[in-house]
Design a protein around this ligand. Structure first.
Ligand code: SAM
Length: 213
């Protein structure tokens, strides 16, 4: 019993300013402020955009995207867990490692923006968590390449680790501009970063001269 109480106490301590603010605004998670910061920094959304959100639960990024793309925009979200509906969003329950890109795109033709706030179930073992985050990021990038329209934009969460440089370079082969952002609303102790990319170059294979990779 005493143990349960102390756990509850820990949770209360973790309820920070951003979590409280999210509650007051009707958004489902504090993560919304990270997306807002990224959006303000790079101008992610336009009215009427078609947006895919990978790892969308509980749905605050979908809620935010809806406010930016308007009623004419289209939203698709996927997560391993089901979430409550978001107006006008098509929601899939599934794993990004097994989903078929065509099932995400449906009748939309392509997306203008692909988002990934996916995080692994953390173990507390740093290199294991980093490796899992890198795999999720790489899959998100792969799905973005498979589903974006030329000129499209991408945001992917990535735990800082040994493979970060390679993954940022991989994004650079596919997008005209790539930058990394650590939002102020991301907990300072967290090793998460967001890789943002714009100007998708298209799906054709990008050839690099032999010996330069
Ligand atoms: C930090 S939460 C996303 C929060 C969301 N951006 C929001 O604002 O509501 C990360 C999500 O990634 C999902 N996720 C992790 N691995 C996944 C996978 N392989 N396939 C689909 N979703 C995954 C988790 O289930 C979790 O809901």
């Amino acid at each position: 019993m005493a143990k349960a109480r102390s756990k509850l106490g820990d949770k209360k301590v973790r309820k920070d300013h951003f979590a409280e603010r999210a509650k007051g605004t009707g958004f489902r998670a504090r993560s919304v402020f990270k997306l807002e910061e990224i959006d303000l920094a790079v101008g992610l959304f336009q009215r009427g955009d078609r947006v895919l959100d990978l790892g969308c639960a509980p749905g605050s990024w979908l809620q935010y995207a809806r406010t930016k793309i308007g009623d004419g925009g289209r939203l698709v979200g996927i997560d391993r867990v089901a979430i409550a509906g978001v107006p006008g969003a098509r929601l899939l329950v599934g794993d990004v490692f097994t989903v078929v890109p065509a099932d995400l795109v449906g009748d939309l033709g392509a997306f203008d923006v692909v988002l990934s706030d996916m995080a692994p179930d953390t173990t507390g073992i740093r290199h294991v968590d980093q490796a899992r985050s890198e795999a999720l990021f790489e899959r998100a990038l792969e799905l973005a390449v498979a589903t974006l329209a030329p000129g499209g934009r991408f945001v992917g969460k990535l735990f800082q680790g040994p493979d970060m440089k390679r993954l940022v370079e991989l994004a650079r082969t596919r997008f005209a501009t790539v930058r990394t952002i650590k939002p102020a609303s991301s907990r300072q102790i967290s090793i998460e970063q967001y890789v943002t990319a714009a100007g998708f170059k298209g799906r054709e294979i990008i050839h690099t001269p032999a010996g330069t990779t």
